[in-house]
Write a protein that binds this ligand. Sequence first.
Ligand SMILES: Cc1ncc(COP(=O)(O)O)c(C=O)c1O
Length: 483
Amino acid sequence: MLDQSQTPYADAVAHYASHDWLRFSTPGHQVSQTAQPELTEFLGRRVLAEDVQPFVDGIDYGPSDPLSQSLALAAQAWGARKTWFLTNGASKGNLMACLAMRNFGTEIVVQRSVHSSVIDGLALSGLDATFVYPSVVDSLGIANGVTPEALADALDQTPHAVAAYVVTPSYFGAVADVAALADLAHSRGIPLIVDEAWGAHFGFHPDLPTNANRLGADLVISSTHKLGGSLTQSAMLHLSHGPFADSLEPLLDRAFKSMQSTSASALLQASLDLARKQLAHEGLTKIGTTIAAADALRAGIAKEERFSNVYDVIANYPDVMTVDPLRISLDMQSGGISGHQARSILFHEHHMHCEMATSTTLVMLLGAGTQPDVHRTLSALSALPQINQGKSALLQLPATGERVMSVRDAYFATTEVVDAQSAIGRVSADSVAAYPPGIPNLLPGELITSSTVEFLQATMAEPFGHVRGGSSTDMSTFRVVAK
Ligand SMILES: Cc1ncc(COP(=O)(O)O)c(C=O)c1O
């Protein structure tokens, strides 16, 4: 057993930074106050001194270098055989997973509500996906996860699938039955890949869900910076022990090299090392405090009887095994204010920055180990004005358009940009996702429908509404496959 209180890589970076180096290497700021006075003022000299290039003796170079030790500690902490530190977010983990799986064949089963980076991975790798649909809570317009039954149907349709790719937990905190999904995939002789971007903290406290590696998933993408505590853009990929590990490991090593910058940030990697220590070594005590704060918030909100808990609704869905206690997902519909309005007022008037909103919901995240001010939060929520009469208007998630080309063929086809009206009935060349929650509403190769166009335009019209991946910011035009 490795000692989870240790942080070899972060220590090595700090040790290097503590010396007065004569620097003639990248990064070219070279910790020079004359060259970069504003940057030094902005970040502090220490951060610049720790911004060290890769391949440095005593940091990440040599057979038993500190980086390898920290990677082994991370693998042990999540119950994995091998872990990669990612400096381009969990997005990069999804690209790596798709590239690696393409070595085994051309077909894959993918949850339709995956993050757009998985779709980019399909386009890059050329994997052809059969999509399996998650359950959708119609009254809230949100998607949960997939059931083993739904996955089994999709696998029946795709006998040559090389893997099953699911995402859990959802943005709203719904956790699917990973153990049953893994058993099912294994019974068909294929690995289960889990995008656990929102569950980096899972498994580090008895009141949290177990993490996907320990439940039988073969490959797990984890966005450590989300609730795990590391710096933005830092993430991990975990390869589990198990029958697929031997064949997958070299493929993932290669995909990692293809996707990784040759100048991976030491600051991001050190933050992964330090966050892992907090979760694995201190999580038991610290996360309990955070869960208690989340429970107090939920109790305070319930007492006011104005906003209700999304978990009360989604707990009844067959694909929802459990929920993440570190998320407060509120149904705003009976509160006289939409999720978007509430998020905007909380931001501008209360300096309260909530993770996301939809027209009907507001989602607040509590990072593992944090201790938010419960009183201030409840007061801010109580002070929200009643703006609307009756229920907030619900932007209905549109049904997806028929798929007529593969993602890759449409992505690389000759394309043209046409106005929204003319785009209806044409084949999309883009992956377009309304943020939040970032689930692609339109994929390359799908026919564009009028309801999708209306939904994307309405999302853009909302405060904080943002659509990623389209050819225009207001969704007035769409990139389509040329006729
Ligand atoms: C399910 C899911 N996977 C992957 C990602 C990408 O994560 P990152 O921002 O770390 O690249 C996100 C981002 O929100 C996500 O929601």
